[in-house]
Write a protein that binds this ligand. Structure first.
Ligand SMILES: Nc1ncnc2c1ncn2[C@@H]1O[C@H](COP(=O)(O)OP(=O)(O)OP(=O)(O)O)[C@@H](O)[C@H]1O
Length: 321
């Protein structure tokens, strides 16, 4: 197992008091596996990623739970140890590539500097490896691109460079949080293809956060569906998308315009995501669920196996008679 998260609860303290952003979130990623995390805005996808990376702000508190990475308990590591883990053992790619790039440093030099940090090579060798790394992420004319500044390149090119940076250590896990949201549809497909290719070629595990089930269907081996800070369904991508066990997954699928066109935005699901500050009793999705029963508004359904390798948190899947 590369990554295992167990029963993680994360609270934020803000002006309006305490908000529980993650409630008993568990997940696991095997070597070479791509896990998709999907859900509407505010469902806790990014907080899940930031918890693993040790990048939650100072107003956040992990109140319970465990995160184990390659057998190491991440929650006992200090800031310095976490910093060395990030970039080296865990690569990161976020929505906006510019946040990960040094604006006034040429691309080749940035990559070479990172490569030199991870490997015992000379400056010259590191630069050569940097050009190789650009080639590996399918940048044409890498020698020329290496001499450019990030602002001279397109968004898609910049994201390829961020991926090259993230993969340079090389890491055992790549965390990609909405890596294609800011890009054109055709470029989105190329970047996802690249992530999948690196996953195959290098055996790197990937945690891919997206709000787009089309992306999940094209890229992910397994998918975890989140709603209001909780996992509501988890299983093999094909099985979950072909026969969802949770009405929320079903609603997400209905809201999807066309699985063949992953660039299209989701249509809204009727109703509103509950305010996490005043989380309703029972299932958080009950007020929007067309199949809700009395018990759904009273008691929270636990995430339990519904079949082989498949779990859902829904009273419809329990024998409650
Ligand atoms: N820095 C913060 N301070 C206070 N609350 C926060 C903070 N970050 C996140 N939250 C809370 O956690 C919830 C989940 O946020 P998160 O960013 O994980 O959602 P998401 O699923 O990634 O959404 P999106 O798709 O919009 O990025 C938010 O709705 C908010 O209530």
């Amino acid at each position: 197992m590369v990554l295992e998260m167990k029963d993680l609860c994360v609270d934020f303290t803000g002006m309006r008091g305490k908000v529980r952003a993650l409630r008993n979130v568990s997940l696991s990623i095997e070597k070479g596996e791509v896990l998709g995390v999907v859900g509407e805005s505010g469902s806790g996808k990014s907080v899940t990623a930031l918890s693993i990376l040790g990048l939650l702000g100072s107003n956040a508190n992990i109140s319970t739970g465990e995160i184990s990475y390659l057998g190491q308990n991440l929650l006992t590591l200090g800031p310095k140890e976490m910093q060395s883990l990030r970039g080296k053992k865990i690569g990161m790619v976020f929505q906006e590539p510019m946040t990960a790039l040094h604006p006034t440093m040429k691309v080749g030099n940035q990559l070479a500097e990172v490569i030199k940090r991870h490997r015992s090579v000379t400056k010259r060798q590191a630069y050569k490896l940097a050009v190789e790394a650009l080639k590996e992420v399918h940048i044409h004319d890498p020698e020329l691109v290496a001499k450019k500044y990030p602002f001279e390149l397109s968004g898609g090119m910049r994201q390829r460079i961020v991926i090259a940076l993230a993969m340079s250590a090389p890491p055992d896990l790549l965390i990609a949080d909405e890596p294609t949201t800011a890009l054109d549809v055709t470029i989105q497909k190329e970047i996802l293809q690249l992530i999948k290719e690196l996953n195959h070629k290098r055996g790197t595990s990937v945690l891919l956060i997206t709000h787009d089930l089309g992306v999940v269907s094209n890229v992910c081996d397994r998918v975890m569906v989140m709603y209001a800070g909780e996992v509501v369904e988890e299983g093999k991508t094909e099985e979950v998308l072909n026969a969802p066990s949770h009405p929320y997954t079903e609603a997400l699928l209905h809201a999807l315009p066309d699985l063949a066109d992953p660039g299209e935005p989701l249509k809204a699901i009727p109703g509103e995501v509950p305010d996490l500050q005043n989380r309703p009793a029972g299932c958080a999705f009950a007020s929007r669920c067309p199949k809700a029963m009395d018990i759904c508004g009273i008691s929270v359904p636990a995430l339990e196996p519904v079949s082989n390798n498949r779990s859902a948190a829904c009273w419809l899947r329990r024998d409650i008679r």
